[in-house]
Design a protein around this ligand. Structure first.
Ligand code: AMP
Ligand code: FE
Ligand code: FE
Ligand code: ZN
Length: 276
C-alpha cells in the first residue's frame, strides 16, 4: 500500500461509528504512521485521539470537516493542524450546531402541525453526536413508520419546496477559510469529485490551501486530474479514506486510501511559512 498517512476519518463525535481510541488503535494496526480525524463540524474527538496517538505512536493531526454552502449546494472543507483550543473555532462550531438544532425543532413543529407524530428526541436519536440535518429527520420519520421509504420524507415534506421546509444558516467557504486560518490551520477542498468544476475554481480563487486528491469516490482519471490542478495552482495535496464505519458500508476501506509522509511534510512546511 502506498503511503503511511490517512487524513480523513470520522468518529462518533460526528457521524462515524467508532470512538477516537478505536480509530487510533486501528490505524496503528493498519500500519499508518499519521492520521487526521476530521469530524463534521466538531472537534470533540481530538484531545483524546491526540493523547492516545502519542501513547501508541500514531501522529494525529487535529482536523475538522466544515459544512459550507455555495448556491445552495453543500461544500465540505477540511481544516488541518488546527489549534483545538482556539476560542473562535470552538464558539463557531457550537453556534453552528445550535442553529441546526433550532432549525430541526422548527421542522419538527411543522411536521407535527401536518399531523405526524414525531418529536425532536426521535430526530436526536438518529443524529447522535452529529449536527442535525434533514437526513436525520427523514430517518426518524422512517423509523416511526410515518413514511414507507427515505425519499418519501423529502418528496412529501422536507424538500426545499416541501411544506415542512425551513432554511438553514448560510456558511460561506470564505468564512470557513478564515476560521481555519485564524485557528492556525490549512484548508482543503474535501472530495472535489462531488462538485462542479466552476465551484472548484471559485474555491481556489477564494484562497484554499489544497485539494483532497485521494478519496474513495475518485477514479484514477480524477486523481490525475486533481493532482494536475494542485500543480497548476501551486496548492497542497491531501487524501484519505473518509472512513465512517458501521452502517455506512465502508469497513473494508479503512486505511486503504493513503498519502505519503512527504505529502504531510509539504503541509507542515507551508505551516512554518505561514507563521514566519
Ligand atoms: P440539510 O443540510 O439539513 O439541509 O440537508 C441536506 C441533505 O439532505 C443533503 O446533503 C441530502 O443528503 C439530503 N437531501 C436534500 N434534498 C433531498 C432530496 N430532495 N432527496 C433526498 N435527499 C435530499
Ligand atoms: Fe460524514
Ligand atoms: Fe464530506
Ligand atoms: Zn468526511
Amino acid at each position: 500500500m502506498i503511503g503511511e498517512a490517512d487524513l480523513h476519518m470520522h468518529t462518533y463525535y460526528s457521524d462515524g461509528f467508532y470512538s477516537p481510541y478505536d480509530i487510533v488503535k486501528r490505524a496503528k494496526e493498519s500500519g499508518l504512521k499519521i492520521i487526521s480525524i476530521t469530524d463534521h463540524d466538531g472537534i470533540g474527538a481530538l484531545e483524546d485521539a491526540i493523547a492516545y496517538g502519542k501513547d501508541i505512536g500514531v501522529e494525529v493531526i487535529p482536523g475538522v470537516e466544515i459544512s459550507t454552502d455555495i448556491e445552495d449546494k453543500e461544500v465540505h472543507l477540511l481544516g488541518y493542524f488546527l489549534d483545538i483550543h482556539n476560542d473562535e473555532l470552538i464558539k463557531y462550531l457550537q453556534f453552528f450546531r445550535d442553529e441546526r438544532f433550532q432549525r430541526a425543532r422548527r421542522i419538527v413543529k411543522k411536521l407535527r402541525n401536518l399531523g405526524l407524530d414525531i418529536s425532536i428526541d426521535d430526530v436526536i436519536d438518529q443524529a447522535k453526536n452529529s449536527a442535525i440535518g434533514r437526513p436525520h429527520i427523514a430517518l426518524a420519520l422512517l423509523e416511526k413508520g410515518l413514511i414507507s421509504n427515505y425519499h418519501e420524507a423529502f418528496n412529501k415534506y422536507i424538500s426545499d419546496n416541501g411544506p415542512a421546509y425551513e432554511k438553514k444558516i448560510h456558511v460561506s467557504p470564505r468564512s470557513a477559510l478564515k476560521l481555519i486560518s485564524d485557528a492556525g490551520g490549512l484548508s482543503f477542498i474535501a472530495h472535489p469529485g462531488y462538485m462542479k468544476e466552476s465551484i472548484l475554481l471559485h474555491l481556489i480563487h477564494t484562497g484554499i490551501d489544497g485539494i483532497e486528491v485521494v478519496h474513495p469516490s475518485h477514479n484514477a482519471h480524477q486523481i490525475k486530474f486533481y493532482r494536475g490542478i494542485v500543480n497548476q495552482y501551486c496548492l497542497l495535496e491531501s487524501g484519505g479514506t473518509d472512513f465512517h464505519g458501521g452502517k455506512k458500508g465502508d469497513e473494508d476501506n479503512f486505511g486503504k486510501f493513503r498519502v505519503s509522509i512527504q505529502t504531510v511534510a509539504a503541509m507542515k512546511k507551508m505551516l512554518i511559512r505561514n507563521v514566519s
